[in-house]
Design a protein around this ligand. Structure first.
Ligand SMILES: [Zn+2]
Length: 196
């Protein structure tokens, strides 16, 4: 991977992973993207599709790994580098080890599920039969902002929805109050009874 190992090259491929993440964002998925590069060529790409597919395994890395394996007709992803915007979770780290991926480059750490050094390091566990080289923090700010912007937007939308719901509820209550006020002062209602 001689020619593709410089910091600039890592940034170049990470930008493609970010492009994948934006595809997830565009359909309301948490924006995480991945690409797999072999001999200077992208052979697998993926973005998070967990909500769309109702599939807990539809992580960016898993999709990219499947595509890359299909493309080269092998489960061993030798000579491949996996770029992902967020630190891999235990499932994806497991798949990376199973696929014998020699190098993983990730953007930003995941304090809730990161298994490439944050919570544990499944990629470099000495008791496994394969260990992966690891480069972290490539375009970290961009990768982290993708996620923080997404969740900020989500919170704003939830707040707006709540405000809308409350306004609608208030309107319904007003209407109900008005109609009940109208009915008590309605002289035409049950005239016979009210006369007695
Ligand atoms: Zn994962």
């Amino acid at each position: 991977m001689e020619a593709f190992d410089t910091e600039k090259d890592h940034e170049f491929w990470m930008r493609l992973a970010i492009e994948e993440a934006r595809k997830a964002e565009a359909i309301g998925e948490v924006p995480i993207g991945a690409v797999i590069v072999r001999h200077g060529e992208v052979i697998g790409r993926g973005y998070n599709l967990r909500e769309t597919t109702h599939d807990a395994t539809a992580h960016a890395e898993m999709i990219a790994i499947r595509e890359a394996s299909e493309r080269i007709g092998a489960w061993r992803l030798l000579d491949c580098t996996l770029y992902v915007t967020l630190e891999p979770c235990p499932m994806c780290a497991g798949a990376i080890v199973q696929g014998r991926v020699p190098l993983v480059v990730y953007g930003t750490p995941d304090p809730k599920a990161g298994c490439a050094g944050t919570l544990m390091n499944l990629l470099q566990e000495p008791r496994f039969n394969h260990r992966t080289e690891l480069i972290e923090g490539v375009l970290q700010n961009e990768c982290a902002e993708l996620l923080s912007d997404f969740f900020r937007g989500l919170r704003v939308r939830m707040k707006e929805r709540k405000a809308l719901r409350q306004a609608e509820q208030a309107k319904t209550e007003d209407a109900a109050a008005l109609s009940s006020a109208g009915s008590t002062s309605n002289p035409g209602k049950d005239p016979d009874l009210s006369d007695q």
